[in-house]
Design a protein around this ligand. Structure first.
Ligand SMILES: [Zn+2]
Ligand SMILES: [Zn+2]
Length: 344
């Protein structure tokens, strides 16, 4: 039986619980492909999983932002797919429930997410159903391809899928300096929107402007609505992408124009927040949750990447064996954009 290297953790804890282990290399079932992983992004989600702050057990292999090359296929998958470069759609869905039948595989109730159960991306190989391995166009490098579904597809879902952004819309993005926020700015600019970015970290203004934000509000206390009101000449914003929520959602609602869409994607403090129903009614504000990309969003994300309309924000590339260092940097908020694992 063949062995492979992977990064795992035997107990919840700080970044140093992550270590390289040897595990059995997975074997593709009839409808699966075996992917040799070339790059894996470190998502904030992975950091929370490792710390035991979201459901799941220790001992698994984290990581859901994955790109690689098909190394072998199951008996029901055409052998021509061997050698294909792919990005992995990380929700393993049933394809027969009412959500899957509507093309909303992201909502499948009979599903699990790669990295939350079973093998994830911090490994040499992964097996996934062939339909989850999405071919990537030429000209997209592997580190960028790893970020196709999350965070770029996630940004496409929120802005285009949920908020239906239009050219000229004003989009407010909280937590704008994070890995998700920077990609949201890039997607919003590719759709010709005006972006007002909020960050609590003054040292992130440079990268936020580089991502294309038109205005940056540095607001350590998250009291930003007065400044939004001033910047929009008392009009408010059409769309909010709320990556923080705790301590900021009430300010986001105050920043909203009439009929605005407030999309909630992040839940940093995981605490209940106050909502003023009078304000929501008076301004006809729509509040919506958003999460992982649909296949259609992934297609859009690949289009943006291939045409360079959206450039991935990669702070640094580390070898897989240094995943712990990547987690530590993320926790210290010492990165601007994603840390991507490549090579061992
Ligand atoms: Zn992710
Ligand atoms: Zn389903």
């Amino acid at each position: 039986m063949a062995l492979m290297r992977a990064v795992s953790f035997s107990a919840f804890g700080g970044p140093d619980v992550l270590h390289v282990v040897e595990v059995e290399q997975p074997q593709p079932g009839a409808h699966d492909v075996l992917v040799r992983i070339q790059a894996a992004g470190i998502c904030h989600h992975d950091v929370l999983s490792r710390a035991g702050r979201i459901p799941g057990r220790p001992g698994r292999i984290l990581g859901h932002e994955i790109a690689g090359e098909i190394a072998a296929v199951g008996t029901s998958v055409p052998a021509e797919r061997i050698g294909e470069n792919v990005a992995i759609y990380h929700r393993l869905f049933c394809s027969t429930c009412r959500y899957c039948l509507r093309g909303r595989h992201d909502l499948c109730r009979n599903s699990r997410t790669i990295g939350e159960a079973g093998g994830g991306g911090y490994a040499e190989f992964i097996c996934v159903p062939a339909r989850n391995a999405i071919p990537i166009p030429e000209g997209i490098d592997m580190a960028a391809a790893a970020l196709t579904v999350c965070p770029i597809g996630t940004s496409v879902r929120a802005l285009i899928g949920v908020a239906a952004v239009q050219p000229g819309d004003i989009v407010l993005i909280t937590g704008a300096g994070g890995g998700l926020g920077l990609h949201q700015i890039a997607v919003a600019k590719s759709m010709q929107a005006r972006v007002i970015a909020v960050t609590s970290s003054p040292h992130k203004t440079g990268i936020i402007r580089q991502a294309g934000a038109d205005d940056v509000i540095v607001s350590p206390d998250l009291k930003f609505s007065t400044e939004v009101w001033r910047l929009t000449e008392k009009q408010g914003v059409d769309i909010v992408l709320e990556n923080v929520a705790t301590g900021s959602l009430s300010e986001s609602l105050r920043s909203a124009a009439s009929h605005a869409m407030v999309v909630v994607l992040g839940n940093i403090g995981a605490q209940p927040v106050e909502v003023d129903p009078g304000l929501v009614i008076m301004r006809r504000i729509r509040i919506a949750g958003s999460g992982i990309a649909t296949f259609a969003d992934v297609r859009t994300a690949l289009h943006f990447l291939a045409g360079k309309a959206v450039q991935p924000f990669i702070d640094r590339i580390l070898p897989f064996a240094q995943a712990a260092q990547g987690h530590a940097l993320m926790e210290k908020r010492a990165v601007s954009g994603r840390v991507v694992l490549q090579g061992w």
